[in-house]
Design a protein around this ligand. Structure first.
Ligand SMILES: C[S@@+](CC[C@H](N)C(=O)[O-])C[C@H]1O[C@@H](n2cnc3c(N)ncnc32)[C@H](O)[C@@H]1O
Length: 328
């Protein structure tokens, strides 16, 4: 019933929603992509904004940021997000991409909720532990992530956000315009495919002798395998107790092996829309975690937590994996 009321409200409000979609897509293609600002960074942001406007996961910083990014204006934020949030709240429908922490097994629509919840837990458990808590929090491929902007006030931690210059600059500008305090964050420019992020971090004041939590969310699929392996190897040089939260597509999905031919094609097409490419996936085998386990092991790291979208029994078995990898 709720989903029906939500759908009817969306139909009534469709002129506003369509105007929002037009402004948003125009700005992504004509502004973001043309200036080499990541387009894919809008996808997870969109997921988190959906949860925020529905009231299932509050992310005030993301909402404020969205009013000033190249991809959004306050008008398109209103037309798209506030209108959807209104429909969700009025109808009481908080499923699909509005859900948080969302259903398990997660489906295509609740995949972003599952991913967000997995990394929220991974970060929270690491940062709040009493024994050897991380002193540095690095967000690799930060995009429009806002985890550094709602940390507990009394947390003694240095934050770093690492990304390519155009995306980082767009974010920094939006943070300033939105009046979001960001003095506690050091912004580090790098291209993982060209140079090691560690060198860039070290030049920015990163201390390799401090226990560190690294969030590497929504990035590995855009990198060459060497860059993924090099990153994990660098994590293993950090002090014991350091960890990385990271997600991977399956190799079958990335390569389009059966039964993923259609979905893989759609995924590649979707990412090409942003002028980006889907490059890396992990082999899975019978044990879905085997590929991630072996990647971690090759760098002397340990896969401590592993979850995936969907279930093995689905028509399309799991193709998206979330991992918490420790340097024990
Ligand atoms: C899908 S977005 C994810 C952003 C953020 N982690 C999140 O989950 O909201 C991918 C991010 O990785 C960054 N990225 C992709 N390839 C990169 C590279 N070679 N070097 C540095 N950053 C890269 C993009 O600029 C973009 O911000």
């Amino acid at each position: 019933m709720r989903v029906l009321i939500f759908s009817l409200l969306c139909i009534v409000l469709s002129p506003l929603l369509i105007a929002g979609v037009i402004i948003y897509t125009w700005r992504v293609r004509r502004i973001s992509v043309r200036q080499n600002i990541s387009g894919t960074a809008n996808e997870p942001l969109g997921g988190r904004l959906g949860m925020h406007v529905a009231g299932t996961r509050i992310d005030e910083a993301a909402y404020r940021l969205a009013g000033h990014l190249p991809s959004y204006t306050k008008l398109s934020r209103f037309l798209l997000l506030d209108v959807l949030g209104f429909a969700s709240k009025l109808s009481g429908f908080k499923g699909g991409f509005f859900a948080y922490p969302g259903e398990r097994p997660s489906k295509l629509m609740s995949m972003m909720s599952h991913r967000t919840d997995f990394f929220d837990r991974s970060i929270r458990d690491s940062l709040s532990r009493n024994e050897n808590p991380p002193k540095q929090f690095v967000v690799l491929g930060a995009g429009y992530d806002t985890r550094c902007y709602d940390l507990p006030k009394d947390l003694d931690i240095q934050c770093f956000e690492v990304d390519m210059a155009p995306t980082l600059n767009a974010k920094r500008k939006a943070l300033e315009l939105a009046g979001i305090p960001h003095d506690h964050v050091i912004f580090v420019e790098t291209d993982f495919n060209q140079e090691t992020w560690m060198e860039a971090l070290l030049a920015s004041g990163f201390n390799p002798n401090l226990t560190t939590y690294i969030l590497w969310e929504g990035v590995t699929m855009y990198l060459v395998e060497k860059a993924v392996r090099d990153t994990l190897s660098l994590v293993s040089t950090l002090p014991r107790g350091s960890a990385v939260g990271v997600d991977f597509f399956s190799e079958d999905m990335q390569k389009g092996n059966g039964p993923y031919e259609k979905m893989s094609k759609a995924m590649h097409r979707g990412i090409r829309y942003y002028s980006e490419s889907l490059i890396f996936g992990v082999p899975t085998g019978e044990q879905l975690s085997a590929g991630v386990e072996s990647l971690a092991r090759d760098s002397g790291l340990t896969l401590s937590r592993f979850e995936h979208t969907g279930s093995k029994e689905d028509k399309l078995p799991p193709w998206y994996f979330f991992a918490h990898i420790d340097n024990l």
